[in-house]
Design a protein around this ligand. Structure first.
Ligand code: NG6
Ligand code: CA
Length: 506
């Protein structure tokens, strides 16, 4: 009898210790969002490019799931980033492209991807381009700059504050400008020249590349920027070092937090203007700097993946690569992007690009890799970056009240991991106007607000028109035939649906 009990116990203990651990007991996966800037639907070789090769992203696509209908929330940076980090459409916040001295636009009470994951035990970090504002008014760049990422859920931040073409041209680590110098205080102004440093308008002979008048403010590293800046010389970045500087910070963060689940938002400044690749990548393609920075970006992806592998973390890390808006060829600098484009199609077959209401502005590359959990292949599920919030909440086991938190985010974890082919039915699309994608249909509302002067002659590409537009993406994926007058009922229905979403109070 005793002997039987003994054997039963042994069997029980063995059974318990050998049982597969349930999902809730498994270590939560690390989450790495690699978010590129202005990379178009046709800019990677795994999305059909041939004039530039992106072997590291191609491997990511081979080992993971490549989406054919994934969207940034907007066709410009700030709104897309706001929506991705908050799960809320950016127009609810009036988010638009920000100057480099704008205050933080994410409200301090708002839950972000970072604060939500932090609740689930994640250590959270952001390395790279921010462009969501810093401080609560005009920041003093010489002292603590807050609120910023640390006040909305990130444990660590190392930033390029706005864009590489905007002042201040300095890195901000946590609350401080890196290498800030009290003897040479930083001043920033977006309206008038400050200090004695040369500006592009007056000294074009000092420039590595000529620029249009908006990009002809203070010259830093031979490149004139939007806005004016004085001081801070010791803190200046060098554009050609971005890949190394951000790469090292991303690796340091991963190394330091390898024992706990981490969330890293790695926001690459590539391939936004000014395009200034490191000499190692100059000539990597025949397309000049725009092609070369794509190659450099790809290598940055390779480097961070290599670190994950070396640390044995790549199996338990969900990696997502995507872009904040569609591509632009000429964005203000004479960098030969137009002249040397050849037959490369930055947006693939799609119409339009950055700033556009058409698909080329909004549909972007998206690749998800998580070995063992994400079945490799291609997915046609419709998914928007605003959906990361609810999907990752599910992944991390956090329940959210969507009346208050991430109201526009849909939990598409099963689509993201390839377990389902079902994505969104409809979504709002932001540009300098609004659109609504609904099944095969796409509606673009007439422009109702003032659009920037520098877009005035770009109506054909941007889709900013006085008339409503309706396209059937299944029959007309290139959005060539506006069928609004043929389908007045559909046009009206989608217009009303869009208004309904707009007027919901969240
Ligand atoms: C525009 C800039 C452009 C770029 C963009 C922001 C002009 C004429 N153009 O205002 O160069 O900086 O803002 O790009 O000023 S984004 O990817 O961050 O949205
Ligand atoms: Ca962008």
């Amino acid at each position: 009898m005793k002997r039987n009990l003994f054997y039963s116990l042994i069997i029980l203990i063995t059974a318990v210790s050998c049982a597969p651990k349930s999902a809730s007991h498994r270590k939560k996966p690390n989450i790495l969002i690699i978010y590129a800037d202005d990379v178009g639907y046709g800019d990677l070789s795994c999305y059909g490019a041939s004039a530039v090769q992106t072997p590291y992203l191609d491997s990511l696509a081979k080992e993971g799931l490549r989406f054919t209908q994934a969207y940034a929330e907007a066709s410009t940076c700030t709104p897309s980033r706001y929506a991705m980090l908050t799960g809320r459409y950016a127009f609810r916040n009036n988010a638009a492209i920000l100057p480099g001295d704008a205050p933080l636009i994410i409200e301090s009470h708002r839950e972000t991807l970072a604060s939500m994951l932090k609740k689930a035990g994640y250590t959270t970090g952001v390395v790279g381009k921010w462009h969501l504002g810093l401080g609560d008014g005009k920041p003093d760049w010489n002292t603590d700059i807050k609120p910023g990422p640390l006040e909305i859920g990130f444990d660590y931040s190392f930033l390029l504050p706005a864009t590489a073409d905007r002042v201040p041209t300095v890195y901000v680590e946590n609350h401080r400008v890196l290498n800030v110098d009290r003897q040479d205080p930083i001043r920033v102004d977006y309206n008038r020249k400050v200090g004695d440093d040369p500006i592009g308008l007056e000294h074009p002979e000092l420039l590595k590349m000529a620029a249009d008048s908006q990009h002809s403010g203070t010259i830093v590293n031979g490149i004139s920027r939007i806005g004016f800046m004085a001081g801070g010389h010791r803190a200046y970045w060098k554009d050609e070092d971005f890949a190394t500087v951000f790469g090292e910070k991303a690796k340091d963060f991963i190394r330091a937090h390898q024992d706990k689940p981490f969330f890293l938002y790695y926001a690459l400044p590539h391939i936004h203007v000014p395009r200034a690749p490191n000499p190692k990548f100059v000539g990597a393609t025949k397309m000049g700097p725009r092609g070369d920075v794509i190659a450099e970006m790809d290598a940055m992806v390779g480097a961070v993946m290599q670190t994950l592998k070396e640390l044995g973390l790549d199996k338990n890390t969900l990696v997502i690569f995507s872009s904040d808006n569609g591509p632009v060829v000429d964005d203000g600098y004479a960098d030969q992007a137009v002249e040397r484009l050849g037959d490369h199609k930055p947006a693939g077959i799609l119409r339009g690009g950055k700033y556009s209401a058409y698909e080329g502005g909004l549909r972007v590359p998206m690749i998800v890799r998580w070995p063992g959990e994400v079945q490799p292949g291609t997915s046609n599920a419709v998914i928007n970056q605003v959906d990361f919030f609810a999907s990752f909440a599910q992944l991390a086991g956090v329940s959210i009240d969507q009346q208050k938190t991430a109201p526009d985010s849909e939990n598409l974890l099963s689509a993201l991991t390839g377990k389902s082919a079902q994505g969104r039915r409809s979504m709002l699309q932001e540009s300098f106007t609004m659109g609504l994608l609904d099944g095969d249909w796409k509606y673009i509302a007439p422009v109702s607000k003032k659009t920037p002067d520098w877009l005035a002659d770009k109506r054909e590409e941007t889709g900013l028109q006085q008339e409503p537009q309706l396209y059937n993406l299944k029959e007309d994926p290139k959005e060539q035939h506006n069928v609004a007058t043929q389908y007045p009922e559909k046009t009206k229905e989608l217009g009303e649906k869009l208004e309904e979403i707009r007027h919901k109070e969240y």
